[in-house]
Design a protein around this ligand. Structure first.
Ligand SMILES: Cc1ncc(COP(=O)(O)O)c(C=O)c1O
Length: 463
């Protein structure tokens, strides 16, 4: 692990120091999407990490089965990323306005090399929400430039998550979002794909096509000249790791082409190897028009995102003042973050993390099947890279969830944590998104822990 001169990182920290940190946090820190009363005085503080393992201020080791918040793809403790950041920061941390730096330029080239359309152009931002905002603004302006001046509507899927900013919360309609008053004008929503509880009766492929066709119905109903974009995640993590059949995205592509609507893939979670390919829709032979990425592009070592436009989209912005994309984010593509991204992607290539995602994803999915020995396991989803879910039900036949009073949302994370597994999303659905560098033994550790936790849960619930 990294040698450091920060005295707080030489640990275990003293009890006094930990108490002091808890006090400051309890009084002054907003934890994101969390109730202060739930964590005050017992906030988990991590001080170091290596590979898939993280260590608390008191010296306990846990396996991070969520890769941070879906981002720590290269794993923890990569000192070469720190070295690249240090070198850039001491050379020039950020350039004068209107200019660029070597890592930013090189990163644009590297992304185009990895992206299926090698003519792609990246608009760098600071994170996922900004990447989605940028993609949507780009799609609207592109539509205007291509003669659809009145196109402002954007179609997304219910229960998806596309970000926390004021526009992106209008997309997806996450039930977990705070009420914000009127949504972005033109935000339209269609049925999301759900492989476990099919939204319509029928063969799964037919149902997937029917779900995709809802985009077409909305476009026709609203008038194609008013619709700028349609957006979806290749696999919806927010909706419980929902992997569609290949025909779903292929149909989305056909519809977008038919009505000249920009197809945006929100790959903030799935981009850069999570689904066993550098970019998710490659699994189905589909090329979106714009791809929103963040998280794994730096493995979370620095905040960075991008809207990656295909050459066809990007070229529309080359011309005169009218064609200029007048969009600006001060710290978008910050040189420090770009340097981190380049060093991170170098690790991906050297260690074949995308291939490992594919191989270990298959292994994880196979091992998770053993959990069907527990009657409360209703479904196991995965097998397409290292993104998986175990869904718990009170009755396998009816697929009925447990009532809220059963307390799965608090019990499951605790039972897994007691077995040294950190999760973020564990309740009815246990989501798994480990670093792409994970090995078989570490996967066994996760599956054994879930097995033990389910046994304990069954005893506690008396089922
Ligand atoms: C699919 C998807 N899109 C967008 C976002 C927003 O990204 P950020 O939190 O970096 O703004 C997230 C965040 O988890 C996400 O999962």
């Amino acid at each position: 692990m990294t040698a450091t001169t920060n005295p707080d990182i030489t640990h275990p920290l003293s009890g006094e120091r930990i108490e002091e940190l808890q006090q400051i946090a309890g009084d002054h820190l907003f934890m994101h999407a969390a109730q202060t009363n739930d964590w005050r005085g017992k906030l988990r503080v991590y001080v170091r990490g290596e590979g898939v393992w993280v260590e608390t201020a008191t010296g306990e080791r846990h396996l991070d089965a969520m890769a941070g918040l879906w981002y720590k793809s290269a794993g923890y403790g990569r000192t070469e990323i720190a070295d690249a950041v240090y070198a850039q920061m001491t050379a020039i941390d950020s350039p004068p306005a209107g200019s660029s730096t070597i890592p930013q330029i090189e990163l644009a080239g590297k992304v185009a090399e990895l992206y299926p359309d090698h003519g792609a152009r990246s608009f760098f931002v600071s994170g996922g929400s900004e990447a989605v905002e940028t993609a949507v603004k780009m799609a609207k302006k592109y539509s205007q430039l291509k003669g659809k001046g009145g196109a402002f509507k954007v179609i997304s899927r219910r229960y998806s998550y596309h970000g926390g900013t004021a526009m992106s919360v209008s997309l997806g309609r996450s039930p977990a979002a705070d009420p914000m008053g009127p949504e972005m004008p033109g935000a339209l929503h269609v049925t999301n794909w759900n492989s476990y509880r099919l939204p319509f009766v029928g063969d799964p492929v037919d149902v997937a096509i029917k779900c995709a066709n809802e985009f077409e119905e909305v476009i026709k109903h609203q008038g194609p000249e008013t619709v700028a974009a349609m957006i979806a995640e290749p696999v919806s993590a927010a909706y419980g790791i929902q992997i569609p059949p290949a025909e779903y995205w292929q149909r989305l592509r056909e519809i977008a082409d038919k009505y000249n609507v920009v197809l945006i893939a929100d790959e903030v979670i799935t981009g850069f190897g999570r689904l066993g390919e550098w970019f998710g829709p490659t699994n189905w032979g589909v090329q979106p028009d714009i791809t929103a990425v963040a998280k794994a592009i730096t493995s979370g070592y620095a905040p960075l995102g991008a809207a990656i436009a295909t050459k066809k989209i990007a070229d529309a912005f080359i011309g005169g003042p009218n064609e200029t994309f007048r969009h600006l984010i001060t710290f978008g593509g910050h040189p420090i973050a770009s340097a981190a991204a380049l060093a991170n992607l170098k690790i991906f290539e050297r260690e074949d993390l995308v291939g490992n995602s594919r191989r270990m994803g298959t292994y994880l999915y196979e091992q998770l099947q053993t959990l069907f020995s527990h009657n409360i396991v209703g479904d196991v989803r995965g097998g397409l890279g290292l993104l998986a879910a175990v869904e718990l039900v009170s009755d396998r036949k009816s697929k009925s969830p447990f009532p809220a009073a059963a307390g799965l949302a608090t019990k499951m994370p605790k039972m897994l944590f007691d077995r040294n597994i950190v999760t973020f999303r564990a309740g009815d659905v246990i989501s798994l998104c480990p670093p792409l560098s994970i090995n078989k033994e570490e996967i066994d550790f996760i599956v054994d822990a879930i097995d033990g936790a389910l046994e304990e849960l069954e005893i506690e619930l008396g089922v």
